[in-house]
Design a protein around this ligand. Structure first.
Ligand code: HEC
Length: 252
């Protein structure tokens, strides 16, 4: 009698362990897919920003009217930049859901540029406020309008650095920024992912740190408090400081 119970218990423990391992395996595989999705969305947003940055002088040129910087051109150049990073929108390992998110992001980019075409082409106006950060925010907002029930993207920052209130970190973002990214031992560039509930929905969240490079400091650098070309006071940042983070949420 005692032996049978003992064996039954052992068997139960074994099954529980097996179930746990299977489950853990499945969760981990799922996580990897989500990480790939998040990294791809972040990479394409960055590609779009760098295309805008590469045309900043043209955009700011008061002497040129028609600049031929259409949504189609920006999308094409962003896809090229994205491809140069070894990424491909056509890669076979995209699920249908992935492809829909990617297509929504491409459309968002195109629409934002096209909707600003008149402004970009305005002769006689130099600085027009159409800079990578603003462009990225508008693209993320448009992305959310399209697929907000499935995914959300945002560029946020440490609270003391936030310029646009729309970029303010939520509780989760703030705690990851403060407790991970700003902690002494955090490996530079390493993102943080976590499965959490967002408004009662099981969600995958990913935060990718971003740092200031030399080119950012004309606006975000020294002297602290001096108003930059965009009208905001400079943060007094140095090259390599944490600037913010790309935040991606995938709703399950
Ligand atoms: C021409 C000035 C200028 C330059 C150069 C610039 N930024 Fe910004 N940055 C801004 C403005 C203006 C905003 C607010 C945009 C908005 O309204 O969403 C901003 C917003 C941000 C945000 C989002 C959080 C917030 O404060 O609203 C981050 C992160 C950021 N910048 C990082 C960078 C980094 C990194 C670089 C260099 C690669 C850079 N910026 C270059 C002007 C600039």
């Amino acid at each position: 009698m005692g032996t049978i119970m003992h064996r039954g218990l052992r068997c139960g423990v074994f099954l529980a362990a097996l179930a746990y391992c299977l489950l853990a395996g499945i969760v981990a595989a799922d996580d990897n897919e989500d990480i790939a999705t998040g990294e791809r969305l972040a990479a394409f947003l960055r590609a779009g920003r760098s295309v805008i940055s590469s045309h900043q002088n043209l955009i700011n040129d008061p002497a040129i009217g028609n600049k031929n910087l259409t949504g189609q051109r920006v999308v094409a150049e962003a896809l090229e930049t994205f491809g140069r990073q070894g990424k491909s929108a056509a890669a076979g390992n995209f699920t249908e859901a992935d492809k829909q998110l990617f297509d929504a992001q491409i459309e968002a980019l195109r629409e934002v540029v096209d909707e600003h075409q008149k402004m970009i082409d305005t002769k006689g106006v130099g600085f027009k406020g159409f800079i990578p950060a603003t462009f990225a925010r508008l693209v993320n907002e448009r992305f959310e309008e399209k697929v907000g029930d499935r995914a959300k993207m945002k560029v946020t920052a440490p609270v003391d650095l936030v310029r646009n209130r729309k970029a303010s970190p939520d509780n989760w973002e703030q705690s990851v920024i403060e407790q991970k990214f700003l902690s002494a031992g955090w490996p530079k560039g390493q993102s943080f992912v976590e499965a959490v509930e967002v408004n009662g929905h099981p969600s995958f969240r990913m935060l990718i740190p971003e740092y200031y490079s030399a080119s950012c400091l004309t606006c975000h650098g020294m002297p602290k408090g001096e108003v930059d070309v965009t009208g905001y006071p400079k943060e007094g940042a140095a090259e390599g400081d944490l600037a913010g983070a790309i935040s991606i949420t995938l709703f399950k």
